[in-house]
Design a protein around this ligand. Sequence first.
Ligand code: ADP
Length: 466
Amino acid sequence: MKKILYVASECTPFFKSGGLADVIGSLPQYLNNTKKCEVRVILPLYKQLKEQYREQLQEVMIYDTEVGWRRQYTGIYEMDHEGVHYYFVDNEYYFNRESLYGYIDDGERFIYFSNAVIEFIYRGDFKPDVLHGHDWQAAAAVAICNIKKPVEGIKTVFTIHNILYQGWLMHSAFEELFNLDRIHFAGFEWGGMLNLMKAGIFHADKITTVSPTYAEEIKTDYYGEGLQWMLNLRNPDVLGIVNGIDVDDYNPMKDTHLPVNFKTSIPKKRENKKALQQEMGLPVDAHIPMFSIITRMVEQKGLHLVMAILEEFVQQNVQVVVLGNGLYEFESFFNYLANKYPDKVHVTIGFDEGFSRRIYAASDFFVMPSLFEPCGLSQLIALQYKAVPIARETGGLKDTVIPFDIYNGVGTGLTFANYNAHELLDKLNEAVRIYQDPDHYKALIKNISKVNNSWAKSADRYLDIY
Ligand code: ADP
């Protein structure tokens, strides 16, 4: 049985800032359940680990990790959780901080992490056949693994969850933070700087990304964020595999965060809407269509389109519920609208897992007009909770939301092609019309009820690669 080590910077239920955490928190479990491989996961031991998990940690070993000319303390801890064995890399200087990311030395933090992981493979009992790194934070581990081969014959897979975030450092960091022969500089260099994502793509045996459409998009100038040439160079080894979700966890029948559990029953779903309206101080009326946005508030998520048309849209009898945080530009826009239309718009600036699930369950439509979207998990979660996605046809959104056609009754959401605010507004207005037409609305919900976005479809593709 193949042994696989996942190297990643976040993972539910321990640490989450976005969809990467959902993937790392569910795919290994699914793969292990197939009994066709054994996946273990190694993560940084951030301050954010909750006490209930922290008290389960067992110390494995302590050593120094070389970071250029320095030596940094490394503690390795382990824990089993729901069929997966986790390792945590402890170093308080790097990981005992208020947030997971957003620090001036993020590059150094994750190069340290990568160096520590390779050292762990040398020293530990778990000798993986494959090191599978995720996103730029683990890209250096992929590169170093390919160069140093801590286990004879070890192979590497690198998954791009978002090519926008690449891990740029001054080129002097090569001497300062790595312990590699100068000959390897070229694999890390791009544009006069070090680019960790480039190094991951350069070195990995296989490169995957999280949807077939995104795999094609990132080979183009528009979506490649400057690395399109690298992906074209590695084209035969680049694969797009669409993400799944843990359908047992995101299950409206069992979700303990919901006031009323439901499967496909619209009346029961609407009980959740009424409860949320009450909780948020909106007019309580199950028949008002509710639109939701749950997101990191960054340009990627298409919020400029939302800004351009939302005030016009809320002139009719609708409600809009927003949960997220990020750029001030977007936070302040949503706050402005919530203050101006307190009976229609409710905004919560923050990150709250339980609240997000109550919103998915309560809302009739989920708005996701992304500028680009590698896969997107939010629309998959929305489908689970029978909130109809309204999405732009890009990346994984294109692969997972089938446009609803009122004439032949096929489809699972409302979609539009161009990055254009009025195309979004058209779809929002169409959503209101569909909602008010019981036949169309029921047909749409029926289609959504048949969707299965578990890992079943994609797990075999990963097994093939391993
Ligand atoms: P990305 O990884 O680009 O942020 P995805 O759609 O792939 O986008 O995944 C986002 C994940 O984070 C989903 O599980 C979504 O529900 C969750 N999420 C995003 N913002 C919030 C928030 N403010 N509070 C709670 N969960 C959030």
